[in-house]
Design a protein around this ligand. Sequence first.
Ligand SMILES: Cc1cc2nc3c(=O)[nH]c(=O)nc-3n(C[C@H](O)[C@H](O)[C@H](O)COP(=O)(O)OP(=O)(O)OC[C@H]3O[C@@H](n4cnc5c(N)ncnc54)[C@H](O)[C@@H]3O)c2cc1C
Ligand code: FES
Length: 258
Amino acid sequence: MCVTKKKVIAKILKNEILVDNVYKMVVKSEELIFDFKPGQFVNLYSKDKSMLLPRPISVCEIDEENKEITLVFMVVGKGTEEFSRLRENDEVYLMAFLGNGFDLECEGENIIVGGGVGTPPLLELAKRLKGNNKIFLGFRKDVYLIDEFKKYGEVYVATEDGEHGEKGNVIDLMNKYVEKADRIYSCGPKGMLKAVKEYAANNKIEAYLSLEERMGCGFGACVGCAVKIKEDNDKGYKNKKVCVDGPVFKACEVMFDE
Ligand SMILES: Cc1cc2nc3c(=O)[nH]c(=O)nc-3n(C[C@H](O)[C@H](O)[C@H](O)COP(=O)(O)OP(=O)(O)OC[C@H]3O[C@@H](n4cnc5c(N)ncnc54)[C@H](O)[C@@H]3O)c2cc1C
Ligand code: FES
């Protein structure tokens, strides 16, 4: 185990509801060193002593000059419910920036594929990628961050009932609108990532997936976040940790319960 990051106090500048159960929080900390790569995450800590473990949340946007971080999170349990109640000028402990981000080398045709609350970490990525971005965003019902993504590429939206964008999912949209791609970058629910992996393999496109597995410690100590990554050994895979080896992995190497 190697814990090199420091827990710092950050001030809440803003915490607003985007759509039902999804919040956008902007935090600021003078103590942070902004050596950041899109795809990395922060650990947020609860003030409730019964919740010792931090909650990992990916970075949606960064303002390095003003030392501000935007996080977008969904309320799913006790920790995120507590964060949703934080108000301007409140403080929160956080550790940043954790994990490995996306490779930004590609200058060609980028496909960015986000699903639900897996969409936010792709915004800073879209901003920093060179080349052309086609961005596919899938949501169950309510959509968010669409206008922000439109600043960085052509955006295509799918929802289950078609109330926003087109009816269907991101793979339907990609089948319709992608003619050529050099790389795919994706984050979202496991089912969607599996489908993106299959799409990339069928079309021979290099792809990277950001996994949001359940975590324990968040810094390599508990093995709570292990995933099977293909490896040339007797077993054919190695268990890797999402928190320190990921959350971004090559799609062709991720074994989804295979
Ligand atoms: C690398 C990474 C990035 C993430 N980025 C985001 C993001 O940008 N926005 C967002 O809304 N959510 C994100 N998540 C999921 C988020 O961490 C969980 O929703 C959150 O930890 C749930 O905490 P809770 O106390 O509200 O829920 P509870 O279910 O009460 O939490 C109990 C425990 O389970 C863990 N846990 C529960 N669900 C998850 C989950 N899906 N992933 C990991 N740990 C979980 C918690 O950390 C905690 O230790 C990310 C997860 C990972 C691993
Ligand atoms: S969360 Fe503990 S090892 Fe990854």
